[in-house]
Design a binder for this molecule. Structure first.
Ligand code: GLN
Length: 245
C-alpha cells in the first residue's frame, strides 16, 4: 500500500512537470524586442506598461497563425541576438535591419519595412548639410544599432546609449552635435521635441527583418507565410496607416 502511494505521487509529479514543460515549448511563442523604438515597439497603453507597436502586432499575428500565445520579452537592443541564440526567445521583432554581419548569426524573414537613417539636431544648428559634414562631429546613437556602426565611419566622437531616447536627451542638453537614428523613431522623437529638427542626408535604404535562430526553417517559413498573407489581405497596409503618420 505504502509503495503504491509513493508510485502514484511520483506519477502525479511527473505529469505535472511534463505539462509545465509542454506549456512553455508548445503553446507559447516568445518574441524579443526593445520597446524604446516607436512606432515599431514602445511601452504605452491604458495601463502605461503595455508593450505595443507595429512589430508587436506583426508578432501577435505570427503567433496566432501558428496557434500559439505570444509572450513579449523586453530587453536592450544589443542583447537580442545573444538571447535568441541562447534559446531565451524564439524570434526577434525589433526594427532590426538585415545586415550581412547579423546574417552570419541569425536567419532573417523576408524584408518587411524599408527605412533609412535620419539626423536630428537642435533647431539653431545649420552646420550639417551633407554626409561629409558629419566628419569629426560628436554623434549620439543607440548602442549596437546600424546608426552606431555608421557613425563610427564618419567620426571618432560617438557616444552610444541603450535607447534612442537617451541619445535625444543628450542632444537637447547640447552635449552632442547630432543624433543618428532610424527614420521612423527619429520622427516620433521629433514630434515630441519642437526644439529639434531633422536633416535628411543621402543615406542608403535599410530593410527590417524578423530574426530566428539559424536553421529554424519551420518557424521562419511560418513567419514568412504570415507576412505574405498580411501583405495580400490588407492587414499590413492597415498597420502602416495606424502607426506611421
Ligand atoms: N534598425 C536599426 C538596427 O537594426 C535600429 C533598430 C533598433 O534600435 N530597434 O540596428
Amino acid at each position: 500500500m505504502k509503495q503504491s502511494m509513493t508510485g502514484l505521487v511520483s506519477l502525479g509529479l511527473a505529469s505535472v512537470l511534463l505539462l509545465a514543460g509542454c506549456g512553455k515549448s508548445d503553446d507559447v511563442l516568445v518574441v524579443g524586442t526593445n520597446a524604446t523604438f516607436p512606432p515599431f515597439e514602445y511601452v504605452g497603453g491604458a495601463s502605461g506598461d503595455e508593450i505595443q507597436g507595429f512589430d508587436i502586432e506583426l508578432a501577435k499575428q505570427i503567433a496566432k497563425d501558428a496557434g500559439k500565445t505570444l509572450k513579449v520579452e523586453n530587453m536592450n537592443f544589443d542583447s537580442l541576438i545573444v538571447a535568441l541564440n541562447a534559446g531565451k526567445i524564439d524570434f526577434i521583432a525589433s526594427g532590426m535591419t538585415i545586415t550581412p554581419e547579423r546574417q552570419a548569426s541569425v536567419d532573417f524573414s523576408t524584408p518587411y519595412y524599408e527605412a533609412t537613417q535620419l539626423v536630428l539636431v537642435n533647431k539653431d544648428n545649420t552646420s550639417i548639410n551633407s554626409i561629409d559634414d558629419l566628419k569629426g562631429k560628436h554623434i549620439a546613437v543607440q548602442l549596437g544599432s546600424t546608426g552606431d556602426i555608421m557613425a563610427k565611419t564618419y567620426s571618432q566622437k560617438v557616444t552610444a546609449f541603450n535607447t534612442g531616447f537617451e541619445a535625444v536627451m543628450e542632444l537637447k542638453n547640447n552635449k552632442v552635435d547630432l543624433v543618428l537614428f532610424d527614420s521612423e523613431p527619429a520622427m516620433s522623437f521629433l514630434n515630441k521635441n519642437p526644439q529639434l529638427k531633422m536633416v535628411e542626408l543621402d543615406f542608403d535604404a535599410e530593410f527590417y527583418g524578423l530574426a530566428v535562430p539559424k536553421g529554424k526553417t519551420e518557424l521562419l517559413n511560418s513567419i514568412n507565410a504570415t507576412l505574405t498573407s498580411m501583405k495580400s489581405n490588407g492587414a499590413y497596409d492597415a498597420l502602416v496607416t495606424k502607426y506611421m503618420k
